[in-house]
Design a binder for this molecule. Structure first.
Ligand code: PLP
Length: 438
């Protein structure tokens, strides 16, 4: 092996990003609106820090480096950046007005499309971020059942009711934290035991029906029965999986219909729109539950959603995404084996949203290996922290490009493990976890 000290840090590749960070941090804490896009998750010295523009499958940083964008704006992009059909729809709406003093027809038109496609959806309300939808669904479940406790499984957003249950609970009242209980995925006995511990107190279980671990056969229908046996609602949080896994979302793919669903991210190909949908008898209570904001009916996002859902349907975009993702997953798996990284790297998840996992090794912790992977991806024009969100703008040639990069990167990771000195390969400080939910 000739992988001694790798190339020295690029001195100019991220110069504009690093300079701009100083300016941004004078006026914006962390210089970012989203933790996962901040310098806490993009190691300083080896990472792009600010985007200039997006074009299809690619993102350009402010140093004008180009990246195949596997982060896809944290899963919000399903069709690609600046998709021409979305742009045309939004520009047309822009000429008609952005937000009105009355609801617009667009609200019902997008709601009808969701009702047509998503099995549990009989009625719909819109929000802006995924967190609006999850917080609204929990308030609705509490109102419907007259109960206060909630069980959670996955990540559900920034608001008190959920984030209080994680290690990032600074500023959340103890009384709120005490009402949220985290359960393990694929373990119905634990859910049943939790419900039995607080009889008649749980309003709902909100869960990602799947993220990177497949549900074991029967698990989701057992969860549904368990919730209903205890008088709790089942809410699927499909903020990521919605309109990515299948036209009718993950509940269609996995064959279990929840009481409510929360949607976001890919609903409007990057425009800020989220939704709560579900059983009409539950949703009707939204006439009393306060879920109301000035921008709830903002039309650019709704016009984008209408165009996005229509394009998904007409072009069968999710099928194309799945085919590309299938190939990427299989070929990355093959490379993990051929580069001797089995047990160190793994690739998991639905083809439209896969993740490379990193395992701890002596002298090479999972976070050091992940940092090294990112350092080497970024310098080769791949934007990923291990994730591969696939968009419709990606092509076979893009997948070839990524695989060719991995053929260079995986031997470096193998060398870092083999020497037991991953730090020697790093040109930055290793990442530390934001918090762990998956
Ligand atoms: C499953 C899930 N639910 C909810 C959210 C919160 O969405 P947002 O960040 O748009 O508020 C996220 C965000 O990543 C998510 O992945």
């Amino acid at each position: 092996m000739t992988h001694s000290k790798p190339r020295t840090a690029p001195s100019t590749r991220y110069a504009a990003s690093e300079k701009f960070l100083q300016r941004a941090e004078r006026v914006i804490p962390l210089g970012s609106q989203t933790f996962s896009k901040s310098r806490t998750q993009f190691p300083l010295g080896v990472s792009p820090l600010f985007a200039d523009r997006g074009e299809g499958a690619y993102l350009y940083d402010i140093d004008n480096n180009r990246y195949l964008d596997f982060i896809c704006s944290l899963g919000a992009i399903t069709l690609g950046h600046a998709d021409p059909d979305m742009t045309a729809a939004v520009v047309k709406q822009l000429g008609l007005g952005v937000v009105f003093s009355l609801p617009s027809r667009l609200e019902a038109e997008v709601a009808e499309r969701i009702v047509d496609r998503v099995p549990c959806a009989e009625m719909v309300r819109f929000g802006k971020n995924g967190s609006d939808a999850t917080a609204g669904a929990i308030r609705l479940a509490r109102a419907f059942t007259g109960r206060e406790r909630v069980a959670v499984c996955g990540y559900h957003g920034w608001q008190d009711w959920y984030i209080g249950a994680t290690s990032r609970h600074l500023g959340v009242p103890e009384s709120t934290r005490a009402l949220t209980h985290t359960i393990a995925y694929n373990d119905v006995a634990a859910l049943d035991a939790l419900f039995n511990e607080y009889p008649g107190e749980f309003s709902a279980l909100i869960m990602e029906p799947m993220n990177f671990v497949d549900p074991r056969p029967g698990y989701l229908s057992e969860v549904k029965s368990c919730c209903h046996k205890h008088g709790a609602l089942l809410i699927f949080d499909e903020v990521v999986t919605g309109f990515r896994y299948a036209p009718g979302t993950a509940q269609e793919l996995l064959g279990v219909t929840p009481d409510l669903v929360t949607l976001g991210k890919g609903l409007a190909n990057g425009f800020p729109l989220s939704a709560i949908a579900g059983r009409a008898d539950v949703m009707k209570l939204m006439e009393e539950v306060f879920f109301s904001f000035t921008m709830g009916g903002e039309t650019l996002s709704l016009a984008s959603a209408r165009a996005c859902l229509d394009k998904q349907y007409e072009k069968d975009t999710l099928n194309a995404i799945e085919r590309l993702g299938d190939r990427l997953k299989a070929d990355v798996g093959e490379r993990i084996r051929t580069h001797g990284l089995e047990g160190i790297l793994s690739i998991v998840g639905h083809p439209s949203w896969t993740l490379i996992g990193f395992a701890d090794r002596p002298g090479a912790t999972a976070f050091e290996l992940k940092t090294l992977y990112m350092q080497e991806c970024f310098r080769r024009g791949i934007l990923s922290f291990g994730v591969h969100f696939i968009s419709y703008a990606m092509t076979e040639a893009d997948i070839d490009f990524a695989l060719a990069a991995y053929d260079e990167i995986f031997p470096i990771l193998a060398a870092a493990v083999e020497t037991g000195d991953c730090r020697r390969f790093l040109e930055c400080e290793p990442l530390v976890p934001l918090f762990k939910v998956r």
